[in-house]
Design a protein around this ligand. Structure first.
Ligand code: FES
Ligand code: FES
Length: 138
């Protein structure tokens, strides 16, 4: 069983989306011990003993949106929302590692995540806005 199917069908964590099921679209991206991984290419058993973070785990325990989620909302960084969980997880890893990414660095990271709706600009804007706010608050 893949990790994507385990999350969605066994744990009913349906925030992790499944698009291509062969590692291309990025919709199933999750964090495995803090690093992005394709849940459709990872077996559930491979996650045994490791920390798995899905889009459901990005908000604060009380439900407050993360700075990145808030920025997505404000910049209209999503339309249909299918790609959004993977986008958020991918950009969360980037912002954890690089608090001041350039637009080019954000676009390079997003080459692994396909979006059919937004044209990407609003997603890039959201990442830049979130990075700026996180630096200001730090
Ligand atoms: S569903 Fe995993 S990369 Fe597309
Ligand atoms: S918002 Fe629809 S695929 Fe990205």
């Amino acid at each position: 069983m893949t990790l994507a199917d385990f999350l969605r069908h066994e744990l009913v964590l349906t925030g992790t989306h499944v698009g291509c099921e062969h590692g291309v679209c990025g919709a199933c991206t999750i964090l495995l011990n803090g690093r992005t991984a394709r849940a459709c290419l990872t077996l559930a058993v491979q996650a045994d003993g490791r920390a798995v973070t899905t889009v459901e785990g990005l908000a604060a325990p009380g439900g407050a949106l993360s700075p990145l989620q808030q920025a997505f909302w404000e910049t209209h960084g999503l339309q249909c929302g299918f790609c959004t969980p993977g986008m958020l997880v991918t950009l969360t890893e980037l912002l954890n590692e690089n608090p001041a990414p350039t637009e080019a660095e954000i676009r390079e990271v997003l080459t692994g995540n396909l979006c059919r709706c937004t044209g990407y600009q609003a997603i890039v804007d959201a990442a830049l806005l979130a990075a700026e706010r996180m630096r200001t608050r730090a």
